[in-house]
Write a new protein. Structure first.
Length: 460
């Protein structure tokens, strides 16, 4: 394919010449998902001209792949009739996602452009809670009856399946529309034509409620390996389906949100490049202030041990080394536990398994780091007198402290996300910087308490 800049130049030139026939021919080889990011940066007049020359179906497909800002920009320059045609052609789930990003007054204006049937669909989907399955489902699916033959089912699929969201799964319903089973379309293709649909059922299916959270839906997609899942009402009557392409978007959003929280910031909810500066500052400043206030307790703890630091100034040399090790171990444990919870590797009531594991891992890691710390002091003392005659006691202080601090950091990092989850909050808020700050304070107390015990009567 030609370079992006060349494509934009060619499209702009064809639009300037008003050569719509040549423009349509030029765009024919392009897939909508490849074309959308290229045309999103075109001037609004050229963007509008491009959508005026395309087919309704192609315009709707390209629109769904465009960035939100480009979508808003385009609708502003289209005529009301053109905007209405585009909105009516959008798949229900993509249209709901777009309307959900608009201010309420603008969304209501867009709803007014829809046909009565499409408006009813849009309003019913928007009535479901944010981040629910109902907001994301589509009404485009194929359902057949169990008493039909495979031939009748295939004829029905050919007649009604052209504009459906997906044909990978066919849903079997009774005369009242109640879900009986789902069947992969390949089973229809390889079965005898006179075989009844009832003979294809295996009962191996699941469903979603429109009020289910999208994280639950993501877990079911992983578990059942489906490209689509049916959505049913309280009477088990199928009302829509949720497709895997929407779940891929959810997985990306959830992972992005968790990564941002793990980095010690609020979730941005917008692309990094386009988010307003004041909103970026607001989302990052709140956590920085909390962490800064937390670090004040570290200064308070150090002030409490001023006498010990003055008597054995050498202890101050190892404070960053010892304290950072606790924060690092806590950050590791927190990240691993949060990800394990997200993947459903253990249940919340199995917290004791996590604690038992971290007791062993934290102790082993502490012993390793403690041995390295003691060895470092011993090697330096072999070639210099920097630590004086009591270098062995200083090494023991650092080594034993590291065991306690790394163990404590591992326990804090693993248990805090579970506690936050138990309270009903997102465990990702127990971010690595937050864990490190908490461990800093307690690490100082452990470090100097061990120093007092080991160095009493010598340096202290």
């Amino acid at each position: 394919m030609p370079p992006q800049n060349s494509v934009k130049t060619d499209i702009a030139a064809l639009i300037d010449r008003h050569d719509l026939t040549a423009l349509k021919k030029y765009l024919e080889p392009w897939l909508p998902m490849d074309l959308a990011p290229l045309i999103a940066d075109l001037p609004v007049e050229e963007l509008a001209a491009l959508f005026r020359c395309g087919s309704r179906e192609l315009d709707a497909t390209i629109f769904t792949y465009m960035p939100l800002e480009a979508q808003k920009k385009l609708l502003k320059v289209l005529t009301q009739e053109q905007a209405a045609a585009l909105l009516n052609a959008l798949p229900p789930d993509d249209r709901t996602a777009f309307l959900n990003e608009l201010p309420l007054d603008v969304a209501m204006q867009m709803l007014g452009m829809l046909t009565p049937d499409e408006r009813q669909v849009a309003q019913s989907l928007l009535a479901y809670p944010d981040h629910s399955v109902g907001r994301m489902m589509t009404l485009d699916y194929v359902a057949v009856r169990p008493e039909w033959t495979v031939r009748e089912a295939l004829d029905y699929i050919r007649e009604h399946g052209y504009d459906r969201e997906t044909l990978n799964m066919v849903y079997v319903v009774d005369e009242g529309g109640h879900l009986i089973d789902d069947v992969r379309v390949r089973r229809f293709l390889v079965s005898p034509l006179d075989r009844p649909v009832r003979g294809l059922l295996d009962g191996n299916f699941t469903w979603l409620s429109p009020t289910d959270d999208r994280e639950k839906a993501l877990g079911l997609f992983r578990k059942f390996d489906r490209v689509a899942l049916p959505v049913v009402d309280e009477n088990k009557k199928i009302i829509g389906i949720l497709t895997v392409d929407d779940m891929l978007d959810v997985a990306e959003e959830e992972a992005t949100e968790d990564i941002q929280k793990l980095g010690g910031t609020e979730a941005l909810d917008e692309p990094y490049i386009t988010i307003a500066l004041h909103r970026m500052v607001k989302k990052r400043a709140s956590w920085l202030v909390v962490l800064f206030l937390g670090e004040m307790f570290t200064a308070t703890a150090m002030g409490h041990f001023d006498v010990e630091i003055q008597k054995a100034a050498v202890l101050a040399n190892f404070m960053p080394l010892v304290i950072s090790s606790g924060g690092n171990s806590g950050s590791q444990a927190s990240t691993l536990v949060i990800r394990a919870m997200a993947l459903g590797e253990f249940r919340l009531n199995e917290w004791w398994r996590v604690m038992r594991r971290e007791l062993g891992v934290g102790t082993a890691l502490g012993v390793i780091l403690g041995a390295v710390g003691f060895l470092r002091i011993a090697l330096w003392s072999a070639f210099s007198d920097v630590y004086g005659p009591h270098w062995a006691l200083i090494g023991a202080t650092v080594g034993v402290s590291l065991v306690g601090i790394v163990l404590w950091g591992s326990l804090m990092g693993s248990m805090l996300p579970l506690l936050i989850k138990k309270c009903g909050f997102d465990p990702a808020t127990s971010s690595a910087p937050f864990i490190a700050t908490l461990v800093d304070v307690t690490g100082l107390i452990i470090y100097f308490s061990v120093a007092v015990l080991i160095l009493r009567g010598t340096l202290l």
